[in-house]
Structure formats: C-alpha cells, structure tokens
Design a protein. Structure first.
Length: 145
C-alpha cells in the first residue's frame, strides 16, 4: 500500500505522520510505502521543522532526512490512501480531486478529529506526536483485520 500524509507546510505534522506510519508499518511486517507533502509551497526542499525532528527523536524516530514537497494532483494516481491533518487540508486536497475515486482516497488521519498545527505553540508538539501515533496505529489495526 502507498500512503501519503498531508498537512499545510509539510514541516511539522505530516513529516511526523510519515515517520510514525513508516515505522509502525515496518514493525507490523507491512510492505507499505509512506511519504508526506504539504498543501502550501513555503518550505519546498527544506527538512522538517527542528521541533518535529526533536520530538520524533525523543520517541526514537529519525525524520531528519525527509524533504518538504508540495501535494500534486498526480499524487491521486500514485497513492492508495491520502491522510490529511485537518479540515482545511482536507478541503484543499479534495478541491484538486477530479474524480469520485480520487475523493474516496482522502481522509482525515484521526477519523472525525483534527491534528492541531503545533507550529505556533511549542507545547503542542508532544501531544500532536501522540495523537498521530495513535491514529497510525488504528489505521494499521484496521488494515490487518
């Protein structure tokens, strides 16, 4: 399965989701390809935010090698599932979908809940990590049934 994680800038939430899902899938013995992208283009080519790198490292996960990129309509063709972090990301990605099949690939990572953007609040990085970790676990559990 090919999974894409999407947030606004691709420097905080989606790199964490990318790394967490990749690690959990590997630990579960799943041959999944995981990547991440942003709906905005401010950070293209940059690594994840240093705070996301630090919180990932706290949980023994290295995301420092990731590189920011922008979501492209071509991603609908390549990825099986596209998980977004909040409703704004959801709307932005769905606006690019051309078919119902593409629209069905897009879901909020946490079901009906959003992953808050920690960019302007350092205190949110740890809770955001744990929310994403739990969301990824639920996705893997559901796929393994």
């Amino acid at each position: 399965m090919k999974i894409l994680m999407v947030c606004l800038g691709n420097i905080c939430r989606s790199p964490l989701a990318h790394g967490i899902m990749e690690k959990q899938a590997k630990e579960a013995g799943l041959d999944w390809e995981v990547d991440s992208a942003g709906t905005g283009n401010w950070h293209v080519g940059e690594p994840p935010d240093h705070r996301s790198v630090a919180i990932a490292k706290k949980y023994n996960l290295d995301i420092s090698g990731q590189c920011c990129r922008v979501f492209s309509p071509k991603d609908f063709e390549y990825y099986d599932r596209i998980y977004v972090m909040d409703r704004s990301n959801l709307n932005d990605v769905l606006d690019m979908a051309k078919t119902e099949e593409q629209r069905k690939k897009v879901k909020l990572l946490l079901g009906d809940e959003i992953v808050p953007d920690p960019y302007y609040d350092n205190a949110l990085f740890d809770p955001v990590y744990r929310m994403i970790e739990e969301g990824c676990k639920k996705i893997i559990d559901a796929e393994q049934r």
